[in-house]
Design a protein around this ligand. Structure first.
Ligand code: HEC
Ligand code: HEC
Ligand code: HEC
Length: 102
């Protein structure tokens, strides 16, 4: 039974046809001194159609294992900056308010 429960949880996490569960890790608030940033799984997975593996585990693990990255590191391609470089998505070098809410 335990095993079945674990497998079911995985399927729900992968978001396979499940409208009841939040997508992936849901909305994640990344607190920092530039102003809180809301990261939306929904926007990225449902909206932009990225795969979980585009971000997990090479860019992110979980909130518990979060390692803060600076904007300088992001401009060199870490974290959000892996995509937000002005090609695939708006750049971390500008548009601060698209990510940072005061
Ligand atoms: C565009 C990048 C991106 C994609 C795609 C993505 N995630 Fe995430 N995920 C994140 C970020 C950012 C965090 C927060 C990590 C942190 O705080 O260090 C996160 C965190 C999580 C967490 C942990 C939440 C917590 O409470 O600790 C889970 C679970 C998760 N994601 C599952 C998924 C699943 C399943 C998918 C595919 C349906 C997915 N993610 C797709 C970026 C992404
Ligand atoms: C794509 C989204 C995004 C954009 C655009 C963005 N940031 Fe950030 N910023 C973040 C995230 C996410 C963090 C927190 C990172 C972490 O916790 O790993 C952060 C952290 C920071 C920090 C604290 C860390 C540090 O580098 O000192 C400051 C200050 C900051 N941002 C300022 C800015 C300014 C100014 C701009 C515009 C030039 C900007 N950010 C554009 C997402 C963004
Ligand atoms: C794997 C690539 C990838 C990563 C990593 C990624 N994004 Fe995005 N993001 C995109 C794409 C593609 C778009 C849609 C194109 C655009 O808006 O420029 C997008 C759009 C957005 C938007 C606009 C949503 C809207 O409703 O218009 C925000 C805000 C955002 N991302 C924040 C973040 C933050 C914060 C991080 C880091 C924690 C992050 N993204 C990491 C690919 C990524």
């Amino acid at each position: 039974m335990r095993r079945i429960a674990a497998v079911t949880a995985c399927v729900v996490l992968m978001g396979i046809g499940n409208a009841l569960a939040a997508t992936g890790g849901g909305d994640v608030i990344l607190k920092n001194k530039g102003g809180d940033v809301l990261f939306s799984h929904d926007t990225h997975v449902v909206g932009v159609m990225l795969a979980c593996t585009d971000c997990h585990d090479k860019l992110y693990l979980s909130k518990g294992q979060h390692k803060a990255v600076t904007m300088k590191q992001m401009q060199k391609g870490k974290s959000c900056g892996a995509c937000h470089s002005g090609k695939k998505a708006f750049s971390v070098k500008g548009d601060c308010a698209k990510c940072h809410k005061k």
